[in-house]
Write a protein that binds this ligand. Structure first.
Ligand SMILES: [Zn+2]
Length: 318
């Protein structure tokens, strides 16, 4: 888009599954302001505006040697006699670029706004999470992971107990405790200093300890994966009650199905998914495959097959 020094226009990304922030054109916005605000913004052009000259006619685009096409205000003397866009001597300028003010958009301004918005989407059983120990950026990153999963599986809304930020052992990034519906805890030690966390995760990624196509933020996706496993097991009752009374999670069946379909064995999990999944049991396999399936732009066959089976299971979740 054409721009100019001190331009206050911005580009808003459109993310599949998310409604873009409400916004209005500069012209619509200005029309709703009171006279004093309009005068402050338009200065000497106010009378022309009031007599019906469109804002687009007050815009001039000139070629600047440094900046290229540059948007500016057409001086009043060039607009003499103007009253409407059809007035004599006024050449309508195309395109009509709104040069006007910063448009207010509802961007969450504080960590607590992020937590409230997240709660609206997830509907935690314990109410809005307390994310106050996180920076705004990290709180948003954590929230995005939840929103991504709920956009894909809307039935997961209302299925999360709580999300907490706590000082946990140095050996874990986060966890998902199977107490009354799985409480996800992220470790303050890592999530409050993501630069260190990010490089630590990236180093482990190089030795294939984490799933390909993920980064530190995928730790959240991994934990959500545990909760999805919990929902499959206890809500959709896809778990199996063993002879000794223990319940086998749905992840056991799903891991078997994935390996069988791809003709792989447990020994192949390290090179095809992650070292962590290879070292641990079915539940970690599930969470690791979930993280790659949800977060990787280019999931590998094991994550793709996992995703197909998971989507089939999740169809029953209302
Ligand atoms: Zn895990």
């Amino acid at each position: 888009m054409d721009s100019h020094p001190q331009c206050r226009c911005f580009i808003t990304p459109l993310i599949p599954g998310f409604t873009p922030p409400a916004s209005a054109s500069g012209e619509t916005w200005l029309a709703k302001q009171d006279e004093q605000t309009q005068r402050n913004i338009l200065g000497g052009h106010y009378d022309l505006y009031k007599s019906g000259t469109p804002l687009g006619d007050m815009v001039k685009i000139k070629q600047d040697k440094t900046w290229g096409p540059t948007v500016g205000v057409r001086p009043l003397k060039e607009m003499a006699g103007a009253g409407t866009s059809a007035a004599k001597g006024v050449v309508p300028v195309v395109p009509a670029v709104p040069v006007l003010p910063v448009i207010p958009v509802p961007i969450p301004a504080t960590v607590s706004d992020v937590a409230d918005q997240l709660h609206q989407v997830v509907n935690f059983n314990d109410g809005a999470p307390d994310l106050s120990k996180l920076s705004l950026r990290v709180a948003e990153e954590v929230a995005e992971k939840y929103k991504k999963v709920i956009a894909k599986y809307p039935g997961m809304a209302g299925k999360f107990e709580s999300l907490t930020v706590e000082k946990l052992s140095k050996n874990i990034y986060a966890d998902c405790l199977p107490i009354s519906g799985d409480n996800i805890r992220v470790n303050e030690l890592f999530f409050s200093d993501v630069n260190k966390f990010e490089s630590k995760y990236a180093k482990d990624l190089l030795i294939l300890y984490h799933p390909e196509g993920t980064d530190y933020k995928s730790v959240v996706t991994h934990e959500i994966g545990h909760r999805v496993d919990g929902v499959l097991t206890f809500v959709l009752q896809r778990g199996i009650i063993k002879n000794n009374g223990t319940i086998e999670h749905a992840s056991t069946e799903i891991r078997k199905l994935v390996l069988k379909k791809l003709k792989l064995t447990k020994n192949d999990i390290g090179s095809n998914l992650s070292g962590y999944a290879a070292a641990k049991g079915d539940r970690e396999f599930f969470a690791e495959a979930f993280a790659e399936y949800i977060d990787s732009d280019n999931p590998r066959p094991i994550a793709i097959e996992f995703g197909k089976i998971l989507d089939e299971f999740m169809k029953d979740l209302k």
